[in-house]
Design a protein around this ligand. Structure first.
Ligand SMILES: Nc1ncnc2c1ncn2[C@@H]1O[C@H](COP(=O)(O)OP(=O)(O)OP(=O)(O)O)[C@@H](O)[C@H]1O
Length: 618
């Protein structure tokens, strides 16, 4: 994800979410500050206690006050931790919900260019890091910084010379620690990137596990993952070493400071220039100071890492959305051309508009043109087929109808409306899409079928199941519609999964159904059954089918032949067999593939032999 793309869209999701939690954060900081005051008062009270004891005065009240301060300190610290922690959880929850929503509504063309693993890391890992940076680290820096500053002031009030000795010793150690902390931050970033690489590669392998096994590539993949795991270990080791060095470096500083303070301090106590009580208080401040000092340095490191995470989260929040308004300078919605002549194939558009119309559409993935000047219409009823050699652009046509991508030129018009100017909700509900790689999901058969129409009635579900030719399959499943399927619908055959997706699309009661190779995995008998169903479905709505099987195509009311991203011919099977070379060749190849026996009584030479009547009134 580049910074350039992120600047083109709203920024600052994280800052906004942090502002929303300002009450909890301010409450936490306030309580924490009260805790700091209580901490800083303690050594002074101890000094008073020593003085009072030396003068044989009663000390019970002072001891009680000290005890109250200790408890108050603990309670305040715990409460501020809870408040800050809660604010952090709220921020991360909101960030994840909003990012999930933006990723789900993201522009597919843009998302295609992103690594899925990276999007996942930003949504899961970076949001967690960001939470720590924005809440715990900042609070630690602030509160521990207050203790360090306050403690230093108190020490200065007791004895400036002793403070200078302390600062000298601790200063050297601090500078060394800062160096270690910097190295630690860099090493941690490298380690994070390495871990991300390992995760992304693991995700890639898991998604293609059957292919890996079929190719006997387990060993190679294992070696590749092992090499990545080695990289993680190397950078992890560096983090461990620097981490292990960090505290000892400061500890050496503390020990040297203590030794110096003890030596000089005791000498001054012996000469009477420093009281025992003050000396004890000073030593206490020194002890109180070290741990906050370490925490400030550590928190600065974590905060720096977290800032990188905040930036990555903000970039993901800026991912372009598909329902963004059309780009500036885009043509205004084109008025439907009522004057359009009757569409090829003799279909009639009830209500005046075709179900789908491509007007001079040009499109490419990136700079590579795929469709050029494509124009055709799909009537409101009947079966329209898209044929062409592999790579001709058939699936791309469907993806433009779903507006997964936007055409670079021309317009895609649904029921008279240019979909560029509609919201996804306005047109997606009217289009049912059965993809080439059937998109079944983990869950029950029922959940899969009602996915696009969650409120469907049992009667509707039963009808869709029957129409899709899935009735016998469901009846044979152990728990019928409630049978659970695995990832990508494992538990059903390829053909059954395709019919499941057909049932899902039907249940949506769409105006247009797009079927991409819906019969590819079916045997001749199942294909014939689905063809019958399609005929019935095509009486209610527009069915557009991409099919390599001539048997499916032959009965279509119109066939659009695509060649190299252009519409080469439009007509019925009989017309095209007579008039179009490419179609004739495609049909001949089909027959040569052994479909001859299953073909619907068609002589490839062009003489139709009792072709079944089209199942639609076009
Ligand atoms: N997401 C994508 N990014 C880049 N190029 C793509 C993408 N999807 C498809 N293409 C390219 O666009 C061209 C048309 O692809 P498309 O899937 O539309 O063809 P098709 O006619 O449906 O092919 P098939 O019959 O093999 O499914 C092909 O050359 C393909 O490589």
């Amino acid at each position: 994800m580049t910074a350039a793309t992120a600047t083109a869209v709203p920024r600052g999701l994280v800052a906004g979410l942090t502002r929303d939690q300002r009450r909890l954060l301010a409450g936490g900081v306030l309580l924490g500050s009260a805790g700091v005051v209580s901490t800083l008062v303690q050594p002074k009270l101890v000094a008073r206690l020593i003085e009072a004891a030396g003068r044989h005065e009663p000390v019970a009240a002072l001891v009680a006050l000290l005890a109250v301060l200790f408890v108050a300190d603990a309670v305040l610290s715990a409460t501020q931790g809870c408040l800050i922690g809660r604010a952090g959880e709220n921020i991360v929850r909101e960030a994840r919900v909003r990012l999930s929503g933006r990723v789900l509504r993201a522009d597919l063309a843009y998302l295609d260019s992103q690594r899925q693993g990276d999007v996942h890391t930003r949504l899961v890992g970076d949001t967690a890091l960001m939470k720590i940076a924005l809440t715990q680290s900042l609070a630690q820096i602030l509160l521990n910084g207050l203790i360090v500053v306050g403690g230093t002031v108190m020490m200065a009030l007791i004895d400036v010379w002793l403070l200078l000795v302390t600062v000298g010793c601790l200063g050297v150690a601090s500078v060394a620690s800062v160096g270690v902390a910097r190295g630690l931050r860099k090493a941690a970033l490298v380690n994070r990137a390495d871990t991300g690489e390992f995760g992304a590669d693991l995700q890639r392998v898991l998604a293609a596990l059957p292919t890996v096994k079929a190719a006997g590539a387990e060993g190679r993949e294992e070696d590749r993952l092992a090499a990545l795991a080695d990289r993680v270990r190397r950078s992890g080791n560096r983090v461990t070493v620097l981490n292990a060095l960090f505290s000892p470096v400061l500890n050496v500083g503390l020990q040297v400071s203590l030794a110096a303070v003890m030596g000089i301090g005791m000498a001054r106590v012996a000469t009477g220039s420093l009281g025992v009580a003050d000396f004890t208080a000073f030593t206490m401040y020194l002890f109180y100071l070290v741990s906050p000092l370490v925490l400030v340095f550590l928190s600065v490191g974590t905060y720096q890492q977290g800032r990188a995470a905040v930036q990555r989260v903000d970039e993901l929040a800026g991912i372009p959305q598909e329902d963004a308004p059309p780009p500036r300078g885009a043509a205004a919605p084109a008025a439907p051309k009522d004057g359009d002549g009757p569409p090829a194939g003799g279909a009639v558009h009830e209500g005046g508009h075709p179900a789908v119309e491509f007007r001079d559409v040009g499109f490419g993935y990136g700079d590579r043109p795929v469709l050029e000047a494509v124009s055709f219409t799909v009537p409101r009823r009947g079966l329209t087929a898209l044929v062409g050699v592999s790579g001709a652009g058939k699936t791309t046509v469907f993806q433009l109808i779903e507006r997964f991508y936007r055409p670079g030129r021309g317009s895609v018009v649904l029921d008279g409306k240019d979909i560029a100017y509609l919201s996804p909700a306005e047109f997606r509900g009217r289009v049912g899409y059965v993809q080439q790689d059937s998109a079944a999901m983990r869950g029950t058969v029922r959940e899969n079928i009602v996915y696009a129409a969650p409120d469907a009635t049992e009667a509707d579900i039963a009808e869709a199941v029957e129409l899709a030719g899935l009735g016998d399959v469901v009846a044979a499943l152990p728990d019928g519609l409630d049978t659970r399927l695995g990832d990508q619908g494992t538990g059903l055959s390829g053909g059954q999964r395709q019919r499941l997706c057909v049932a899902r699309a039907l249940l949506q009661k769409p105006a247009v159904i797009l079927l991409d190779e819906a019969t590819a995995h079916l045997d001749s008998e199942a294909e014939a059954a689905l063809r019958d169903s399609l005929r019935r479905i095509a009486r209610r709505c527009a069915v557009v089918a991409i099919a390599h099987r001539i048997s499916t195509v032959a009965e279509a009311d119109r066939i659009v032949v695509l060649d190299g991203g252009r519409v080469r011919a439009v007509g019925t099977h009989r017309q095209l067999i007579r008039e179009d070379d490419l179609y004739r060749r495609l049909a001949a190849a089909q027959f040569a593939d052994g479909a001859r026996a299953a073909s619907p009584g068609e002589d490839v030479s062009g003489a139709p032999v009792a072709l079944p009547a089209a199942g639609v009134a076009g």
